[in-house]
Ligand binder design. Structure first.
Ligand code: ARG
Length: 473
């Protein structure tokens, strides 16, 4: 119970949690400089959830009474519902979200509120809040990515026979399909979902009870709190628990890799929407125009997604550098972890959602895609394979096919199939009249039946596998 003597230092619930030792209050500019509430307010619900579990544990351990616990539980529930309904708004003069919740609780329930922080420090509290927050929001991001994978697989389903040249070095390489290309994007994204899943396993340990750095002399029960909050266990070292920000760096690096994938996909969308390629026609709803050039329909959304890559990579570097060289245990530098973590998360999440809307509303110009399969000698490997089937060693077959390409170029032709059979026989008498039907783009694509290859049977299998993957989330 706060008596007269103690009451003098606790009568202002909204003073900084540490004000007791100070004769002077902080300079207003100092407060503005060090506050984090504008950034950490998004963890309000997680902070409340963690505090509820902590109070429950304090009661179970006989540290607070049943009455105090129920006052705390009811008080925190009322703060939670008032925040959600908008009846209560965040007080931005509070130092951080922990101070705001504790001060509001104490306003509402008095002395019991002053017991909430027993055996706890904001150092283990912030680590707990961040872990709870990530466990709450990462599954939403995974769902967004899975929805995009599903959409890509659905589009692919209609295009297992839509011819599209595959490129290496941006030069015609070998024949493929649009479905094969879209599935390639989707597989990149499956790894992002899995990486997030893997990082979730490591973030799923409770640091609460590590205190400021050295645990507590009070009989806390860390395992009980972890269990209540659905963690798989507790962290193993109190110093490490309050100074570890690996999970921020790990998730942000997951985001950076996801962003790299989105950026590469967007680069292709931008390229494919050029007049020169013309493979994709973006919906007017997901394009913009020009203030001066009346004809323009620009792929700005793909460009913006691609353009925000610097932000996400920058956030990762920010975190890595911020943590570099920090001595154990907690250092205030670490308060700077949340802005880059949240910025990277928000950016990739927005990008995934916009990419899906953009790609699902786009139209595909199949004749143009198919036309691109001619004229770039993308079937030269298949000419060599034809000869391999007739027993010629591949290295020699490669040479013969190369001679066919050379002859076509020297004769001003744009494809091998424009040569005559006798021209080809002059190069190798293994060529028969069936060579021409064996090297159409369609035949070349259909022949590529190796697992993961672009033949329709193989792509259909991929689509099924992608759909199965999505069902897990
Ligand atoms: N706002 C702080 C953060 O985000 C909470 C921990 C503060 N701890 C301290 N000893 N000042 O890191």
């Amino acid at each position: 119970m706060a008596n007269e003597k103690h009451g003098t230092i606790t009568d202002n619930n909204h003073a900084a949690l540490w004000h007791g030792r100070f004769a002077e209050g902080p300079d207003a500019a100092a407060v503005e400089f060090e506050t984090s509430i504008h950034v950490d307010e998004r963890m309000a619900l997680d902070d409340i959830k963690g505090s509820k579990a902590h109070a429950e544990m304090l009661f179970k351990q006989g540290i607070i009474s049943e009455k105090e616990n129920s006052e705390i539980q009811n008080g925190l529930s009322s703060i939670e519902s008032d925040l959600q309904s908008g009846k209560l708004s965040i007080d931005y003069s509070a130092e951080d979200i922990h101070s705001f919740v504790e001060a509001t609780l104490t306003d509402r329930i008095g002395d019991a509120g002053r017991k909430l922080h027993t055996g706890r420090s904001r150092n283990d509290q912030i680590a707990l809040d961040e872990r709870l927050y990530l466990r709450r929001v990462i599954p939403e991001l995974q769902k967004n990515i899975v929805s995009l994978i599903n959409t890509l697989a659905d589009i692919a389903k209609n295009h297992t026979r839509s011819l599209l040249t595959g490129y290496t070095h941006m030069q015609h390489a070998q024949p493929g399909t649009l479905a094969q290309h879209l599935c390639a994007w989707a597989w990149m994204l499956t790894r992002d979902v899995e990486r997030l899943e893997d990082s979730l396993k490591r973030v799923s340990l409770s640091p609460l009870g590590s205190g400021a750095l050295a645990g507590s002399g009070l009989p806390l029960n860390r395992e009980f709190v972890a269990d209540q909050l659905g963690f798989s266990g507790v962290t193993q070292n109190s110093l490490d628990s309050v100074s570890d920000r690996d999970y921020c760096i790990e998730f942000t690096s997951d985001f950076a890799l996801l962003q790299s994938h989105l950026s590469r996909m967007c680069e292709e969308v931008v390229l494919w929407s050029t007049t020169e390629f013309g493979f994709i026609d973006l919906s007017e709803k997901w394009s913009t125009g020009s203030s001066i050039m009346p004809q323009k329909k620009n792929p700005d959304f793909a460009e913006l997604i691609r353009g925000r890559t610097g932000k996400v990579y920058g956030d990762l570097i920010n975190l890595l550098v911020m943590m570099k060289g920090l001595p154990l245990a907690y250092d205030r530098d670490m308060q700077e972890d949340k802005a880059p973590l949240f910025e990277a998360l928000d950016t990739v999440q927005g990008n995934v959602i916009v990419f899906e809307a953009m790609i699902s509303s786009a139209k595909w110009n199949l004749p143009k895609m198919e036309a691109s399969c001619f004229g770039g000698f993308a079937n030269a490997t298949d000419v060599a394979d034809y000869l391999v089937r007739k027993g010629l060693p591949f290295r020699l077959a490669h040479g013969v096919a190369a001679k066919c390409v050379r002859l076509a170029i020297d004769s001003g032709l744009s494809s091998i199939e424009e040569l005559s059979l006798s021209d080809m026989k002059n190069i190798s008498d293994l060529f028969e009249s069936d060579i021409f039907e064996k090297i159409t783009p369609k035949a070349c694509m259909e022949a590529r039946k190796t697992t993961g290859g672009p033949s329709p049977e193989q792509t259909e299998k991929q689509i099924l596998a992608l759909k199965e993957f999505c069902k897990k989330y």
